[in-house]
Design a protein around this ligand. Structure first.
Ligand SMILES: Nc1ncnc2c1ncn2[C@@H]1O[C@H](COP(=O)(O)OP(=O)(O)OP(=O)(O)O)[C@@H](O)[C@H]1O
Ligand SMILES: [Mg+2]
Length: 247
């Protein structure tokens, strides 16, 4: 594994594509060895301060104070913590969508990301989103078509494929958000409260998909608030006072 320093000066914003999988190389970060079993993602000593306003009303909020996290191949890890503890901030930093102030991030080449708020294009249909993201992932059109069919079937939203996002329900938007993160079958998947708004069947299907990924040696980090989910994770990492604590 090659350590990578990411800080406000060197880390680049991940991708203009909302929810797009991001390669570590896009972030000036050498990729970890994809064949290495552990870790496939590593964050060390990550710090983040949000700064708002201008002097004399300048305010600073230190959200992360040296967060560490490691994800191994075939692991499904829960990222927990109270509202505002910095879970989404850490995920954005891990995927390169937000600059850290300090610390280092290393990752295998392909990291998929499902943001907490679906970032979709109102005027595009589900099909158009999948096609667009397939191009962004540099996938073969046949592979995009096959993966899209499988995702429509497993998440149960094929009937909405030709409908524009602006006309979709919140739950269907969440399904599309997740489908876009899964499309390229990334080695590492970062999911920020992915099933908010899912109906029960889709929620159960989500966990089946996650178990399939674990069995295939993929890694998944999931932000969750549900204590009932805890038994589904291989382990839990809690963000508390800006630091990560194993639970
Ligand atoms: N762009 C921003 N500018 C300033 N403060 C921010 C910004 N984004 C988040 N924050 C603040 O940083 C803290 C952590 O936010 P974050 O969204 O990472 O928390 P979270 O653990 O994901 O919370 P939740 O469980 O509610 O999703 C919060 O106090 C939030 O208000
Ligand atoms: Mg959040």
């Amino acid at each position: 594994m090659r350590p990578v320093t990411t800080n406000g000066a060197t880390a680049r914003t991940a991708s203009a594509m909302p929810g797009a999988g991001v390669s570590a190389a896009d972030r000036n970060a050498p990729a970890l060895d994809t064949h290495a079993v552990c870790p496939v993602l590593r964050a060390e000593g990550v710090t983040k301060i949000y700064r708002r306003g201008v002097w004399p009303r300048r305010r600073e909020l230190q959200v992360l104070r040296g967060a560490n996290l490691e994800l191994c191949a075939g692991e499904v890890v829960g990222l927990v913590g109270e509202n505002g503890s910095g879970k989404s901030t850490l995920m954005k930093i891990l995927v390169g969508a937000l600059d850290a102030d300090g610390g280092s991030i290393s990752a295998v080449d392909r990291v998929g990301y499902c943001p907490q708020e679906p970032l979709l294009y109102d005027r595009l249909t589900c099909d158009e989103h999948l096609e667009l993201f397939g191009v962004a992932y540099e996938m073969d059109p046949d592979a995009v078509a096959a993966a899209s069919e499988a995702l429509y079937a497993s998440l149960g939203f094929a009937r909405w494929r030709a409908v524009r996002v602006e006309e979709l329900s919140g739950g269907t938007r969440a399904k599309l958000n997740l489908a876009l993160a899964l499309l390229s079958d990334p080695d590492v998947l970062l999911l920020d409260e992915p099933y908010a708004g899912f109906d029960w069947d889709t929620y159960l299907r989500f966990w089946e998909l996650t178990a399939e990924r674990r069995a295939a040696g993929r890694s998944v980090l999931v932000v969750s608030h549900f204590v009932t989910d805890n038994e589904r994770f291989d382990r839990l990492v809690e963000l508390r006072d800006g630091k990560t604590v194993s639970r």
